[in-house]
Design a protein around this ligand. Structure first.
Ligand SMILES: [Zn+2]
Length: 187
């Protein structure tokens, strides 16, 4: 059986679900920018988000009063220059989200999959990887990439032609997942 590798790339900054205390809006967009305040050798760093509706600001804490020397130079410059990979690193870090009581809206996350697609009917094992822990269902990514509906993916699982280790309704992409297609699978 051939092994195919897919790589998922994040194409857009996902928004957060949170009720705005000013206007009652339900979502905050990610500005993709950090705010860095220096106080002597200590830094406060936030990720700046805005209510989609009234644009009021919600600062998510990245570091509080951290010693400047505790940050590596590349990260320090990254915060000053609003490095996209740093933004993504925090956005998909469950500890960062929990600390800020921030809930990602998985539906607002856009991604692209690169790699070789299995030929219809051929047996294959697919190993998918992502640099960030994406909290979206693996079954949705499989369906979108193979051109199948979610019910189509579920049918393949039920008939044993597609094997995902675990419950296909619950498995998330995370930093990677794998699945197996048996000979004779079809959409
Ligand atoms: Zn608002």
């Amino acid at each position: 059986m051939q092994t195919l590798r897919w790589t998922l790339r994040v194409l857009s900054l996902p928004r957060f679900t949170k009720t705005c205390p000013h206007c009652g809006g339900q979502y905050y967009e990610n500005s993709g920018r950090f705010r860095v305040n220096a106080n002597g050798k200590r830094l406060d760093i936030w990720l700046v988000c805005r209510c989609e509706h009234c644009k009021s600001i919600w600062n998510l804490s990245v570091f509080e009063r951290i010693d400047r020397a505790a940050l590596c130079q590349a990260d320090y410059m990254g915060y000053l220059e609003n490095s996209e990979s740093l933004v993504l690193r925090h956005v998909f870090d469950p500890a960062f989200c929990a600390k800020n009581r921030a809930v990602l809206d998985p539906g607002s996350l856009d991604y692209a999959v690169s790699g070789v697609l299995p030929r219809a009917g051929d047996a294959a094992r697919v190993e998918a990887a992502c640099a960030y822990a994406l909290p979206i269902p693996a079954a949705g990514v499989i369906g979108r990439t193979l051109g199948l509906s979610l019910s189509g993916v579920r049918r393949l699982c039920e008939s044993g032609l597609l094997t995902l280790p675990g419950d296909p309704r619950k498995i998330k992409v995370n930093t990677g997942f794998s699945f197996t297609l048996q000979k004779g699978w079809h959409g």
